[in-house]
Design a protein around this ligand. Structure first.
Ligand code: ADP
Ligand code: MG
Length: 620
């Protein structure tokens, strides 16, 4: 079977060897992975010297304006903290107001040019959006993979935390685009992690899993129900300021407590140095044994038991999050069938033990490299979208409800949370005032009854409704959610045909013009993506139908006359032709015709089987 891939640029389906990569764009570290052509297994790509699979999500802006990304930039954290950006993922899709309380914790400058716009980062005298900076990280990953594979890469699947809202997902997508990548799909990190363990690849099995992801600076727990290729997020919880970095801090504090030196006595450079020593000690005690080092001519030591004591309160915090997530999911502890461990900090044996003890009976998945798991799963999803695993179709669900504001500031949900994506739903509304010619439509995301407690995504006005008494106009509002969970809203007055469509853009976005062109592209691609999937499914179904018809004919040749055999062959040929031409409507018509024609035979055969069975029985 030839490989089929979709060219999102032209919208055509073509034979190609095009590779789709999976990318884990992490807060601390990022990775890129592909399916190995020979082993068919996902692999995380290293750079050409085979050393560095992980790219630290750190950027240093060189005075000449270009960026250093990864390990080289990480070294600059000590030398040039003001020009070195880390944890940019925390700022994606956020306004200054969203992040101002944490501003002090960043070594670089975050600014609000205009408070309702996307937050920017000031480096030297230049302003950068988190989208542009994330794009720099993606570019680095792209060129790393291109050098390794000696192939040009233009298509990717990128993962995001399950709780990411519309604005954050759009921002991630835009970053991909700026890096020169067509983002075929935005996938939830816990979905990717499950896939990496093969969970969800067997469509018949239902499974409930907890994905425990402890990275460098963030902790996420997600509870998923996976069935028929659908990954339903039952609950998410976590702490966006809890992770391996806090383990390092705890070690530093422990070291300083035993000495006269205080945190405040350390220079910026020294505290970075001490932090790196703490991280080294952490990794050492978790793998090979006690750590011995030195700083300012004093010796530093750390034993595993000491380390476990230091981090116990932090690990307990993650367990509290697990309890909350479990309560939100409405499940009992014993209904969790497996626990999937993700994130570099789950390398710590004490973490794995504490979490496994809490989940008691569950099966544990931690055989993969925990900092590669998400990227490996993204590569599997990428492979599916590239058309290499034709039997599979994986879907995420939307984590938050989408709706509009109705009279009294109430949230009227149009697409409920946990709906599968892509999804389309509509509802009719009317005017409340006689002669009303405009209708303001405000779109919200969230679970609360009052819109003021939900997140506003967009607002637009449907103009030009002919003046009619209140209650007479019939305005249909349709929500069209694409496969990435990104929304388009259409409002149409049905009596007059007045219509307006908007692409919902993030509340805190790029400039209108930038977003407009970007979103137009992404939405038309999403439409093509969706068309492609529909066609793909129709082709699969046809191939199955043709096969089973041929089998039927082979098994029942004697009971069919020549006319019937001829007619079946003709219908099969028409369908085969339609499949070859990749025409969705023609395929559907030909399928229906073949089904219609063969139905009576199937019934007859069934009757035969029954009467044969009956014949075999002695009734007398
Ligand atoms: P993120 O998802 O936030 O980008 P990662 O999953 O890559 O982060 O995890 C990074 C964290 O994992 C860092 O805090 C790092 O110190 C920690 N880590 C990596 N290897 C080990 C190890 N062997 N032992 C303990 N912690 C580790
Ligand atoms: Mg991660």
């Amino acid at each position: 079977m030839a490989k089929i891939s979709i060219n999102l640029g032209s919208g055509t389906i073509e034979k190609s060897s095009d590779i789709v990569v999976g990318i884990d764009l992490g807060t601390t570290n990022s990775l890129i992975a592909v399916i190995d052509g020979e082993t068919k297994a996902p692999v995380a790509l290293s750079d050409s010297d085979n050393n560095h699979v992980i790219t630290p999500s750190v950027l240093y802006r060189h005075p000449d304006g270009h960026f250093l990304v990864g390990d080289a930039a990480k070294d600059m954290l000590v030398k040039h903290p003001e020009q070195t950006v880390y944890s940019v993922k925390r700022l994606l899709g956020k306004s200054f107001n969203d992040v101002s309380e944490f501003e002090a914790s960043y070594g670089y400058k975050i600014i609000d040019e205009d408070e309702d716009r996307l937050v920017k980062i000031k480096l030297e005298n230049q302003f950068y959006t988190p989208i542009e900076l994330s794009a720099e990280i993606l570019k680095e990953l792209k060129s790393k993979a291109e050098a390794k594979l000696k192939l040009e890469i233009s298509k990717a699947v990128i993962t995001v935390p399950a709780y990411f809202n519309d604005a954050q997902r759009q921002a991630t997508r835009d970053a991909g685009k700026l890096a020169g990548l067509e983002v075929l799909r935005i996938v939830n990190e816990p979905t990717a992690a499950s896939l990496a363990y093969g969970i969800g690849l067997d469509a018949d099995k239902e499974k409930v899993v907890a994905v425990y992801d402890l990275g460098g600076g963030t902790f996420d727990i997600s509870i998923l129900r996976i069935e028929d290729g659908i990954f339903e997020v039952l609950a998410t919880n976590g702490n966006t300021f809890l992770g391996g970095d806090d383990f390092d801090q705890a070690i530093m504090k422990h070291w300083l407590d035993g000495h006269e030196v205080k945190f405040s006595d350390l220079s910026k450079r020294e505290s970075q140095q001490l932090r790196l020593l703490a991280e080294e000690a952490k990794k050492k005690v978790c793998t090979t044994g006690p750590y011995v080092g030195s700083f300012r001519n004093t010796s530093l030591t750390l034993a595993e038991s000491e380390f476990n004591q230091l981090i116990e309160p932090l690990v307990d915090k993650t367990i509290d999050c697990c309890k909350n997530a479990l309560a939100d999911s409405g499940l009992e502890l014993n209904e969790i069938e497996e626990v999937v461990f993700v994130g570099g900090s789950t390398r710590v044996p004490f973490v794995v033990k504490t979490v496994s003890d809490y989940f008691a009976k569950s099966t544990i998945e931690n055989t993969l490299n925990p900092d590669e798991t998400v990227a490996l799963g993204a590569a599997i999803e990428a492979d599916i979208l590239a058309g290499n695993r034709r039997d599979l179709l994986l879907l995420d669900v939307t984590p938050l409800s989408l709706g509009i504001e109705t009279l009294g500031g109430l949230m009227d949900v149009i697409i409920p949370r946990n709906s599968r994506v892509p999804f389309k739903a509509g509802r009719n509304y009317t005017t409340s005032i006689d002669g009303q010619v405009n209708l303001k439509i405000s779109v919200y995301q969230g679970e609360r009854g009052k819109v003021s407690e939900n997140r506003k995504l967009a607002e637009f006005v449907l103009n030009g409704i002919p003046a009619m008494p209140a209650g007479i106009p019939k305005v249909e509002i349709a929500f069209i959610l694409d496969a990435d969970g990104i929304l388009k809203v259409r409002a149409k007055e049905l009596r007059s045909g007045v219509e307006q469509t908007i692409d919902v853009k993030p509340q805190y976005g790029l400039t209108d013009a930038e977003v407009e062109t970007m979103l137009k592209d992404s939405l038309s691609n999403a439409q093509k993506d969706m068309d492609y999937r529909v066609l793909h499914e129709a082709i699969n179904e046809s191939e199955y139908l043709i096969k089973s018809t041929e089998k039927f004919v082979a098994n029942n040749r004697l009971t069919l006359n020549d006319d019937e055999l001829g007619a079946i062959e003709k219908h099969v040929n028409t369908l085969t032709l339609a499949v070859a031409q990749k025409d969705k409507d023609q395929i559907q018509t030909a399928q229906d015709a073949l089904n219609e024609y063969t139905k009576p035979f199937a019934e007859r055969m069934m009757d035969n089987t029954i009467s044969t069975a009956l014949k075999g029985k002695s009734i007398e």
